[in-house]
Design a protein around this ligand. Structure first.
Ligand code: GSH
Length: 248
């Protein structure tokens, strides 16, 4: 387990008025972890990053404390919070300075709709592809169906991205954190099947949005850091698999 050295500072949580520590457990190549990391950067929250990947062989007592068995999870003032979007909302509630939720109920509903569209209609078919990566015999019919579903999810997302250049208009807000990390992640899986195709292309406003967000100064350095982390992760994974094949 490694802990980001720069970020361990105490912060004040407005509702209970106590100095407290924010620790985010997970890995930067997780789109769910990274949406919270991006949010913390936009809000200037001093978040301590604790590296704990889903396949991390290091025994991790904190990870074992998530009943969902997933990363990310947030440790705040000795309490644990699960599910990335719940954590993002919790942080907005605790730290209302630099709000990343729109002001009106109608716009909040729209912002949440955009994130839910990503979480319910784009990411699940992408994750369903994962077992096929190393399946002894890939199910090409299923793979085709899942790619169609990812595309359909992106097309629906495009209809909700009708403001621009950010999800809710001129300034970055909470759905941008989810979308930047989620759209960044798509080819990490999809390119394992279709290396010459970028699934983010050909989806109207969703594609235009991706082109904007990937080079927006507030997101680009972090997305680049995620890419560096992903390249290192893949290299280590391939080395581990090669060693296992040799020993078999
Ligand atoms: N809905 C969850 C999804 C989190 C998730 O799927 N995390 C993955 C890593 S990206 C994980 O922990 N997978 C391990 C597992 O499912 O066993 C969230 O938003 O936090």
């Amino acid at each position: 387990m490694s802990i980001s050295s720069a970020a361990a500072r105490s912060v004040r949580c407005s509702p209970n008025g106590v100095d407290t520590m924010l620790r985010l457990h997970g890995t930067k190549i997780s789109p769910y972890y990274s949406r919270i990391w991006l949010q913390a950067q936009l809000k200037d929250l001093p978040l301590e990053l604790v590296e704990a990947g889903p396949d991390d062989p290091t025994p991790d007592a904190m990870k074992a404390r998530n009943p969902l068995g997933k990363i990310p999870f947030l440790e705040h003032d000795n309490r644990l919070f699960f599910e990335s979007e719940v954590i993002c909302e919790y942080l907005e509630d605790c730290f209302p300075e630099k709000p990343l939720r729109p002001a009106s109920p109608e716009d909040r509903a729209k912002a949440r709709l955009i994130t839910r569209t990503l979480d319910l209609y784009v990411m699940p078919p992408l994750h369903a592809l994962t077992p096929q990566i190393r399946a002894p015999q890939r199910d090409e019919t299923l793979i085709k169906l899942l790619f169609t579903r990812i595309g359909a999810g992106l097309d629906v997302l495009a209809t909700f991205l009708d403001r621009g250049p950010y999800a809710m208009g001129a300034a970055p807000s909470l759905p941008d954190c989810a979308l930047a990390a989620g759209l960044w992640y798509l080819p990490c899986i999809s390119a394992r099947f279709r290396p010459d195709e970028d699934v983010r292309e050909g989806h109207g406003a969703a594609t235009a949005y991706w082109h904007h967000i990937r080079s927006a100064p507030v997101f680009m350095p972090t997305l680049n850091e995620m890419t560096t982390g992903y390249v290192a992760f893949r290299a280590a994974l391939e080395a581990r698999l090669a060693a296992a094949r040799q020993n078999a």
